[in-house]
Design a protein around this ligand. Structure first.
Ligand SMILES: Cc1ncc(COP(=O)(O)O)c(C=O)c1O
Length: 415
């Protein structure tokens, strides 16, 4: 296994991290302004960030939270998920998509993914039972799921959809931004099931601003929806269940009096986070364009390497490439994925793996009885995937270093 040769010169002299955020002087000045202003928790900047985000996405409501995980938990809580319920979750996701279901005493029903690594509508439909309460599609890597088919299922079975858009801020589906009021295109009326209510498919979308994401607030997230009642409920849940605008109680415009109308959580975003978000949002489209340009370089140069499969892309969606994930054809290589990663490391290139499928983690196997073979597509994908560095702070020369290293390792370890 000739992955690392101590005598071989590394392609890079310095280590290229897997991900580094792009924080500019404007973000730094805005954070300093918050720190100096005396108002450091939820306040006017959080409100401004919510307004700007709502406008960018085209959504009726935007509710800032301190993580996507918190937002998913709040969305499921507001939709009434509890013990005895089932929630459909793709297995190829970060653990938090499933963990929040467990926190509510419900069962995550894990389903398999397709060639684009997104959940397939067929797998979702096969998993629906009378106990199903919510469907959570994950827009893997920043490319939307097959939303028409998923919304059609949601309408047919009268199920709400909580979109895990942790990777997908700025992504579009049929020209509409993920999380916008235009999705679903028409509020399809429920046509069956016993969960009635007649209000059409309810959709909540949750974004992440974690440090590695396409835009970041360090930690943070945003919930969007067009549903007024759900939005009001979710907003209350973010801050102890205290009546509206309780955050203002320490301002001259506020009142000391508030009422707790439900046992809410402490999931609010701070103005320090929002200070970052306001400027990151302004820069988001340019960040996405750089990612897409680097992806074209990767795609074009890997096209002639039979051992490396590049990501599947759908022409009806704008893919924002939170991650660039290659799939190794292990039958053509003498090394496995772990050795491939080790070889890149020896050439000073950081990588990651997105994701260890949820059904392979010990907790999910022990608690819910999952086994590797239950969701075979994701298990096979997992053995072969590697996420390469991709972020706007990389230079084009960095991208070419990664390309040279991948080509070198593949060529050297051909079967
Ligand atoms: C698919 C997915 N969902 C949810 C999350 C959780 O996001 P956060 O760290 O903002 O809670 C992540 C984070 O990486 C993710 O990749």
């Amino acid at each position: 296994m000739n992955t690392t040769d101590p005598d071989e010169k590394a392609i890079r002299e310095s280590f290229l991290p897997f991900s580094v955020p792009s924080i500019g002087e404007e973000e730094i000045a805005e954070v300093a302004d918050s720190l100096r202003s005396g108002w450091i928790t939820t306040g006017p900047k959080t409100k401004r960030f919510e307004d700007q985000f709502r406008e960018y996405i085209g959504s009726r409501h935007a509710i800032a939270v301190n993580s996507c995980t918190a937002g998913l938990h709040i969305a499921l809580t507001a939709l009434g998920v509890g013990p005895g319920d089932e929630v459909i979750v793709p297995t190829l996701t970060f653990c938090s998509t499933a963990n929040v279901v467990v926190h509510l005493g419900a069962r995550p029903v894990l389903v398999d993914v397709g060639e684009d690594f997104n959940v397939t509508p067929e797998a979702v439909e096969a998993a629906i039972t009378p106990r199903t309460k919510v469907i959570i599609p994950v827009h893997y890597g920043g490319q939307a799921c097959d939303l028409d088919a998923i919304y059609a299922l949601a309408a047919r079975y009268n199920l709400p959809v909580v979109e895990d858009a942790a990777h997908a801020v700025g992504a579009t589906y049929h020209g509409h931004k993920i999380g916008s009021d235009a999705l679903p295109p028409t509020l399809l009326p429920p046509t069956g099931g016993d969960r009635g209510g007649g209000q059409g498919v309810r959709v909540v979308t949750v974004f992440s601003f974690y440090a590695t994401k396409n835009m970041t607030t360090g930690e943070g997230g945003m919930i969007t929806t067009t549903d007024d009642a759900l939005a009001e409920h979710m907003r209350l849940l973010t801050l102890h269940g205290m009546s509206r605008d309780a955050w203002k109680r320490y301002t001259s415009a506020g009142s000391w009096y508030y009422e707790v109308v439900m046992a809410g959580y402490k999931d609010n975003m701070t103005d320090i986070q929002a200070a970052l978000g306001i400027h990151q949002l302004r820069r988001l489209d340019s960040f996405i364009r750089i990612r897409q340009r680097y992806v074209r370089l990767y795609d074009e140069t890997f096209a002639d390497l039979q051992e490396v499969e590049t990501p599947v892309r759908h022409s009806d969606r704008n893919h924002v490439y939170y991650i660039y994930v290659i799939r190794l054809d292990l039958d053509r290589l003498t090394i496995d994925r772990a050795q491939f990663i080790e070889a890149l490391r020896a050439h000073n290139i950081g990588t990651s793996v997105h994701f260890i499928p949820v059904h392979l983690h010990p907790f999910y196997q022990e608690r819910f009885g999952y086994r590797r073979g239950d969701l075979p597509q994701a298990a096979v994908i997992y053995d072969r995937i590697v996420s390469l560095p991709l972020y706007p702070r990389m230079t084009e020369a960095d991208v070419h270093d990664v390309i040279r290293a991948v080509r070198h390792i593949v060529t050297k370890n051909r079967r």
